[in-house]
Design a protein around this ligand. Structure first.
Ligand code: HMH
Length: 222
């Protein structure tokens, strides 16, 4: 294979394909599609994930601030608008349905994988390196597109409960596909402009993010 023909996005993903595939094929993914996900597992997942989303929106803000042009700022701002509207209300309606009380929504005890993901997003944001920010965003969103939009699940009807069906639907739609495609093109655009040291730094953020995403899925079953 001609490695030079491969863009930065594809190169990064190939560097951690085992962890990536473990997420796409995770027990959580199969159970949410089947509608057999245990409520206690879903609840743990959503409570921790809401704390992920908090830092994730801050990271989007850092990407908006550190982008080199207006067009990426617009794209990222539009995505932030979706997360803080449709996705935020999905969490709130799911917390209502699952009976999650306010303290658990706002300030739950953070698990180790949640803390590590929050720290990684915080560090990427503080670095004010657009490439580092985009690398972490490309993992968080690219991985969720790949599990929610996989060919093997396309023939399966969506599960009956909205807590399951909407979590899939939020990550398998044209807007989301478009955003992830754009993130991958951004990595391909900015990757070659970086110095070797900066490129290695962005790659390290990417790989660490994939490893932590896997731990995050695993730990809700502990
Ligand atoms: C842990 C995690 N990674 C990625 C996403 C997608 O935004 C999410 N909601 N949660």
């Amino acid at each position: 294979m001609n490695v030079l023909a491969e863009g930065f996005a594809q190169q990064l993903r190939r560097s951690c394909s085992e962890d990536w595939q473990a997420c796409v094929d995770h027990r959580f993914v199969h159970e949410i599609f089947d509608g057999t996900l245990d409520d206690a597992v879903l609840r743990r997942y959503l409570v921790q994930d809401y704390q992920f989303i908090d830092r994730f929106v801050a990271l989007l803000g850092a990407a908006i601030a550190s982008a080199d042009e207006f067009a990426p700022r617009v794209r990222l701002a539009q995505f932030a608008a979706m997360i803080t509207s449709d996705e935020n209300t999905y969490f709130l309606r799911s917390f209502d349905a699952l009976g999650v009380p306010p303290p658990q929504r706002l300030a739950p005890a953070l698990t180790q994988p949640t803390q590590a993901l929050r720290q990684l997003m915080h560090d990427a944001a503080q670095s004010l390196s657009y490439a580092n920010c985009i690398a972490v965003l490309a993992v968080a969103e690219g991985l969720y597109l790949d599990w929610a939009d996989q060919d093997g699940k396309k023939h399966v009807p969506l599960p009956a409960r909205f807590e399951h069906a909407e979590w899939i639907g939020l990550h398998a739609n044209d807007f989301f596909r478009g955003f992830v495609g754009w993130l991958r093109r951004e990595l391909d655009r900015v990757g070659p402009q970086l110095t070797d040291v900066r490129r290695a730094e962005a790659a390290a953020y990417f790989r660490q993010a994939v490893a932590l995403e896997r731990q995050f899925f695993d730990h809700i079953y502990d």
